[in-house]
Design a protein. Structure first.
Length: 562
């Protein structure tokens, strides 16, 4: 059974538990390898660390007692040795025995295998012993040490912080096609799809490269590749998505279409220059994941209201919610239902996420002045029946959308608001007159995505009345509820949740509500009237799903406002 280095050192009587705690506190504060810190604190020797690492990783240990052959040293250049902190110790045929502080670092092994053409056999030595051997055999730091000694300055008195150099463009073109980089990039994408991630984040920090996936709305760190591979990984993804690899000063957007395990995947790639390199965010869209409108999770009344709205000959239908709430899936589900040969549908999107046969889709480009408002003006000269505009962001877009709705077109769009009622206020804040909102808008839908209880480990639990009251929920309303909670398993990554479900608030604008909007009624008054007309609010829809055992109270409370 694999054990941690600290535990092994304690088992062998080389350090005490107190010494380990001190070293771990130092590591948390300053970083670095635990073994090196223990040596620096004079708790163990380098040789003891090397022997213990050998047992931990079950590989050979290098003591550097004998001289290393010069021909062997020439196989690995000083630059690679210094970069990866490794040193070749012997060669046998096509096998190169390599001393490493971390002999299970497959990315370093693959890099050196690619650079040398040899099969790498990893061995282990302490970080300090490897650094001393590099200095001895390659002379990388020897001359500097001699100069400092002559000046009476100790190495510990100086810390040099170098400005990070931009990688050479020609070298990057070579690196991005190197086997380790290709394998790593492919592996990151394939594993994200396998885990059902919606986004991939590749983030460079000082000497650290972090990869995180967003799974079921929650970010989790999945790996930390070799920091030196960051530029090559970024360039590989930029080439795959048709971006300019030599431009690192401004954000860029692109897309990658690929097949992963028989699934057709679209990756929306966004780059962002940061202090330590370019951050990459990839939004994953699975083409086969489009749902029918009846399958997205709407309640019976909400679904019927939606159908009635989209069957009207004109008017605006708004889908609202924060980023990542599933608005795009809902809009595309509506479009898929409306997409018939006898209607002309045109969309303005930023960017196009799903390709539809039979729908004229336009990608707006703000950087060249081709905005949503510009696209809408052009659409009205194209004899449309149904228009979808990605988002109403400003007065120009809102005004044109209202004119289109009032002149016989169905307009679908989104807004970033918290609920249906606040959407009305938001449009008026943009400068759209209340009477125009009341005349043009036929339905507003708000939604959230919350996590489902894992079906593999979910089990029924009891929830006390006191806990319900703490959440502001009337215990009587939840009588007969089947409260479920996931205990955590391999299928859900020990989170207790697997997959997500939508909760919805659908507000059809009735004659009464229109009159109230024109008269300037307050949001609370509009909400009370909506309740009287049978509208189920977001939290109420969430509680219905809690009662059915689909999700938990915590998820609903986190996603909604009472």
């Amino acid at each position: 059974m694999w054990k941690r280095l600290g535990d092994m050192l304690i088992d062998e009587g080389l350090i005490t538990l107190d010494q380990l705690k001190k070293a771990l506190a130092e590591q948390k504060d300053k970083g670095g390898r635990l073994g090196s810190l223990l040596v620096q604190m004079n708790f163990v020797t380098d040789e003891q660390i090397s022997m213990t690492l050998g047992k931990q990783y079950n590989v050979g240990v290098v003591s550097f007692d004998s001289e290393i052959d010069q021909m062997t040293l020439k196989i690995v250049s000083p630059q690679i040795a210094q970069k990866f902190q490794v040193i070749p110790v012997r060669r046998e045929g096509k096998n190169l025995y390599l001393a490493m502080a971390n002999p299970v670092d497959v990315y370093t092994i693959e890099d050196i295998k690619f650079a040398t053409g040899y099969n790498v056999v990893p061995m282990v030595a302490s970080e300090n012993l490897i650094a001393q051997a590099i200095e001895k055999y390659y002379g990388v730091a020897g001359s500097m040490s001699e100069v400092l000694s002559e000046m009476g300055i100790d190495d510990d008195d100086i810390e040099i912080i170098e400005e990070e150099k931009q990688p050479d463009a020609q070298q990057l073109l070579i690196d991005v096609d190197a086997a380790p980089v290709v394998k790593l990039v492919n592996g990151i994408i394939v594993e994200a799809v396998r885990q059902g991630a919606s986004d991939i984040h590749i983030e460079p920090f000082e000497k650290i490269l972090r990869v995180r996936y967003r799974v079921d709305g929650e970010l989790k760190e999945v790996m930390s590749p070799q920091y030196t591979m960051g530029a090559a990984i970024t360039s590989r993804l930029k080439i795959m998505s048709g971006l300019n690899i030599s431009e690192r000063r401004v954000p860029q957007d692109g897309r990658i279409g690929m097949k992963v395990a028989e699934k057709s995947i679209d990756l929306r790639v966004s780059t962002l220059p940061t202090a330590h390199g370019e951050k990459i965010c990839m939004r994953i869209a699975e083409k086969s994941s489009l749902l029918r409108l009846e399958d997205i999770g709407l309640g019976r009344k909400a679904y019927n209201d939606f159908i009635e709205a989209i069957e009207r000959p004109n008017g605006i239908i708004l889908v609202t919610g924060p980023t990542g709430s599933g608005k795009t899936v809902t809009l595309y589900s509506v479009l898929a239902r409306m997409n018939t040969p006898n209607v002309n549908i045109t969309t303005a999107e930023d960017p196009i996420e799903y390709d539809f046969v039979g729908i004229n889709q336009v990608n707006v480009r703000e950087n060249i002045g081709y905005t949503f408002a510009t696209a809408l003006k052009a659409f009205l000269r194209q004899d449309p029946d149904i228009i979808m505009v990605g988002e109403i962001r400003d007065l120009d877009t809102g005004d044109i959308a209202i004119k289109a709705a009032l002149t016989g077109h169905v307009v679908l769009s989104t807004l970033h608001t918290n609920d249906t009622i606040s959407t009305i206020s938001r449009m008026q804040d943009m400068g759209i007159a209340a009477y125009k909102v009341a005349s043009a808008v036929v339905l507003i839908e708000a939604q959230r995505l919350i996590r489902r209880v894992c079906k593999y480990c979910g089990q029924q639990v009891d929830v006390s009345d006191d806990e319900l009251i703490k959440y502001g929920v009337n215990p009587e309303y939840m009588r007969g509820a089947k409260f479920m909670m996931g205990k955590g398993c391999m299928q859900c990554g020990n989170t207790g949740y697997k997959g997500r479900v939508g909760i919805f608030e659908v507000l059809p604008l009735t004659h009464t509500l229109r009159e109230m909007i024109v008269k300037g009624a307050a949001a609370d008054e509009l909400k009370m009237q909506a309740r009287r007309e049978g509208v189920i609010m977001l939290r109420e829809d969430g509680l219905i799903k809690v009662k059915a055992g689909i999700t938990t109270l915590e998820e609903v409370m986190k996603a909604t406002v009472g």
